[in-house]
Design a protein around this ligand. Sequence first.
Ligand code: AMP
Ligand code: MG
Length: 550
Amino acid sequence: MVIEIQLTDLPIAMNASASPQRGSHGALVEFQGVVRGEENGRPISALDYEAYPEMAVREMRRLLEAMATRHPCLGARVIHRTGIVPVGETAIYVGITARHRAEGFALLAEFMDRFKQEVPIWKRRALPARAMEAGGQPGAPAPTGRQGANQGARSLDEAMREIGSHCQPLPAVRLPLAQAFGRVLRETVGAATDLPPFDCSTRDGYAILADDEATEFQVVDTLPAAGWRPRQLQSGEAVRVATGAPLPCGGLRVVMQEDAERKDNHLRITRREAASNIRLRGEEVKAGQPLVRANTVVTAGAAALLATAGCAHPLVSPRLRISHFTMGDEVVSPDQSPAPGQIRDSNSTLVRGLLRRFPCDLEQEHLPEDFAGAWARLDLDRLAAADVVLVSGGASVGDKDFTRPLLERLGFDIVFSQVNIRPGRPLIFGVSGARVAFGLPGNPLAHYVCFHFAVATALARLTGDKVPEFLRGRLAERLDDPPCPRETLWPARLEFSGGVLRLQPLAWASSGDVTCFGRANALVRKPANGGPLEAGMEVDFLPATGMLCG
Ligand code: AMP
Ligand code: MG
């Protein structure tokens, strides 16, 4: 079958029906899809179509060829408009030539049925009825969104800044303290009372007047930690107190049990310390002072402090909903034996592990490596609810790299698709309202790097956490690397070397390397075009996700 496919941003010419197989066919079956004047019940003036051209043409050809085995026809011509198509104009033309009408009708009907589902051409937006009257020109470039975005490669700093500025903290939730670990506190919690809330003993012992010089005492009361009985002590009187017990009055000191001998209610002090062994009310924090500040991760210690402050239901970041897809027909699960040419999937485990720092509901799925197959597999409702969509692999420009059109078809506006770093140049970042998506290069080391500077920045912003920042540290060893036109994020291990924390650069040769994962906990920033970095030199580094909290 002769197949002709064309995408055009000009009106479809009326002679489009000229048959590719003139003479031998007995039937020409034509269809034109025309833009209607309403969309979802609202009057519109035009539809704006967007396509991923090479892939759309490839998918249409694949569909037609597959169908022609069931409905043998002679020729097929498809022309689809892109850009703005005014109401009443043809958005798609399909002409099928066949020996007889039956197979022509069948092919046309099946093609149109599957076209919508499987070809990456979609209605980007509907222009309301006023828009065209206000001067929108058919075929004119859309003023916003993908076409309007600056599509150039970003520097590392630009990428981190842009990701940060596109992501806003998601609405916070109030949760029982036990469920708050690892979340980001979204309110500053202050001390409701002084801490400690009362003067109390730090020892098991005996409370006496601070200036009482006597050595013999009468034990007049016993106070456990839980009991408080006010009482003004006199010289020569002692009160038995437990550690943490509130003291019966002011102006006291506590003599340790080990420094006294007791017989019945008679007490003799054998040694006097200078220390009072008392924690004074409010000596740690006064009522109203901040205890745990907003935008800090609820670590074990922070949670314990919240518990102390009586904050049993802190306001914290919501659990993130993250959908992660892997791609690549060569990738098999870790429990499978790879056939020649196959490799085991390490990215799913890597992503799951890196996400442990961020409380989230994570869905992971492997997608087939063709656009239509992948699209058919997606649970669109579930995806619509995802705060973050991650796609591993297929982010570059290879024949099977369709992460970008997939994300676009899902409604994400692509902000950038390349970052000038090594490893990890083909990194896609897209946004759709409050939702974000990343297309991560499949190479495992590139994956690791992109997660740390890009995904972690987005997750930090969405949860209200501090965004990842470069710290300063010294190299334990020379980082021997010739100049590279791109900045490098070099895997390293922050560890003790000669008794001080130093960054040990790890060996790697390609972004496909995996061996340095076992030890990496930092990424050293090596400037573009710079030569080797010497041992002892101060460098910028990004600590591994979660390293500095919890
Ligand atoms: P891609 O980004 O799809 O061009 O893939 C780049 C390289 O990463 C290829 O060698 C893939 O085999 C490899 N790769 C892709 N996905 C994974 C994965 N889930 N685990 C390990 N390697 C992968
Ligand atoms: Mg691939």
